[in-house]
Design a protein around this ligand. Sequence first.
Ligand SMILES: Cc1cc2nc3c(=O)[nH]c(=O)nc-3n(C[C@H](O)[C@H](O)[C@H](O)COP(=O)(O)OP(=O)(O)OC[C@H]3O[C@@H](n4cnc5c(N)ncnc54)[C@H](O)[C@@H]3O)c2cc1C
Length: 432
Amino acid sequence: MVDRYLAFCRFDMQDARGLEDSEERFLADARDEVERQRELYGIVWDEALTRLYAARSGAAYRFLRQYGVSFERLIERPLQHTVHRMAKLDDTFALRPAFRKAFDERGVTVHLQTRGRQLVTEGGRVTGINAEDAAGGQRHYVARRGVVLTTGGYQAGAKLRRRYQPEHLALTPYLGVSTCRGDGHLMGQSVGGDLINMTMVPPLVMVASAFVEDAIAVNLAGERFHDEAGPYDQRVHALLRQDKREAYYIFDDATMQKSRHLVEQMPAEAISATSLAELARGLGCPAANLEKSVADWNAFLATAGGKDPGFGRVVMPAGRRGITAGPFHATRMVVGVNFPAGGFRTTQSMAVIDVFGQPIPGLYAAGDTVGGVNPCLGLGGIHISSAMTLGFVAGEAAARRETGAVHALAESGEMPAPRATQKMAIVHLPKE
Ligand SMILES: Cc1cc2nc3c(=O)[nH]c(=O)nc-3n(C[C@H](O)[C@H](O)[C@H](O)COP(=O)(O)OP(=O)(O)OC[C@H]3O[C@@H](n4cnc5c(N)ncnc54)[C@H](O)[C@@H]3O)c2cc1C
């Protein structure tokens, strides 16, 4: 099963529940999230573009509904979205036929298995693209109005990630397709496109939330060490602080039977044993500690308490399953990536802006090739709907050959001049 969540602002699912939303409120939530992320990454946030996304997202929602895409319910994430605006797709695979129908109606030709390689320019304007078909044949496509880069993110681009992430994180696995290598990022860069937020590649522990509900995690001492269901960044930091950066989810066979598909999706293979003591031997941790960690967890679940006293993990009454009957299983916690934030700076018409602050004629971007909105990605549900919403804007602007004006970004100002303080020594290197 593939669940996907899309955030919109002011749409009929909110109306049906009497929920009041506004662009201002969306922006306030986004601003809070961006401020939180500034602690971790160097960020250039495009507030005006985020406002445009919020303002036009309702139209993207209505487009999807018009083409037969339906939504099951609103998902509540009160810490991020202060009003419910994240909608769960009924069937993620319904998106494909919807787009196919929309393309057919508009006479759009789709070239599958064709990889864009290089942009072609004439007199500073992007006028086409060179591509390669599945058999390695070279093709040239003329773009009379413009090229819109929509090649997704760079999570599968090992070389690119190594430029922007610390080594031990740059080599971690990714979720999603192997073709999101950052081709569009490189093509746009080759004609001067200004990439922003490239270091923001938030690591996450690769595990499904539905599985975590029924498991605990222990380190090599056999002890729990964090809130397994806490915010993604905090889970990663907790794991990286453990001995050898090693820890395991522990779960019983009932969970294995219920969630086998989720266990199989995880990067590391499960280790199984008939008893917890034998499992501890397999993991190399003290058996008594592992048994105690499991016993303590089961004892907590047997109480009426909703919050684990050790690490503050919130357990819903409906999800109170212990780790009780063997065989028992463990699967290693693996850090990976899912949502890289970096992409091009654009105008409000989605024209790519070059490193000197001028729009590049004939070049547009949408989706994960755009950097401006992504710093608020922690809100949840913003990727697919912003890709669609701003993709419409890019398409319309390209059809009109309009680039739009360059606007100011929310970035920090000039560097303060260096000043010697009691805590800072200025060291002069000796001459050779
Ligand atoms: C497991 C998982 C769960 C997710 N869940 C959510 C969610 O619930 N909500 C949400 O909003 N987002 C979610 N996302 C993120 C979301 O899927 C992406 O951010 C979004 O699809 C980006 O849209 P896009 O059109 O920019 O790129 P993509 O959807 O990634 O599409 C890019 C396409 O370009 C193709 N391509 C790449 N290079 C070339 C080239 N050189 N030439 C031609 N084609 C090329 C790729 O093959 C791919 O088909 C999830 C991602 C993953 C991996």
